[in-house]
Design a protein around this ligand. Sequence first.
Ligand code: FES
Length: 162
Amino acid sequence: MASCTCGEQADQTKEAAMQKLFDQYRDYKGGLIPVLQEAQNIYGYLPKEVLQQIAKELRIPFSKVFGVCTFYAQFHLKPRGRNIIRVCLGTACHVRGGSKIFEAAKEHLGVGHGETTDDLKFTLETVACIGACGLSPCMMINDDTHGRLVPKQVGGIFDSYE
Ligand code: FES
């Protein structure tokens, strides 16, 4: 019986994309940030082995590559969920119970700020304002805005995401 090779093929596709990226940026000064951004697009985050490969291919010390990743909030060193939840804790949301929404989210998911559920379905984050203060308290899930929330709604909203 033939076994599934989807995982291997996916790895090869990623590896090929990385090689193309290195070919494009290997001799380009200042290529580290775009390479990190694209590598994160390819893998969904930046695994340590990928950072080591980037350091080697671009001939940059690993410590520098790692330092850049930890300096910029846009880079993620751990796997992220398929759905990114951003609970707003800005002033308008805070005064209307944003922290209770966040507590309900933490309780429902069993993770804290910046953490990802074990099934990689959700990553939970907070934001200072999502520009929808009139709908406070609110949160975003990916590009969807959910407003005028009460804590007991939160679980049902999460359950509507794949
Ligand atoms: S403070 Fe929450 S949307 Fe502005």
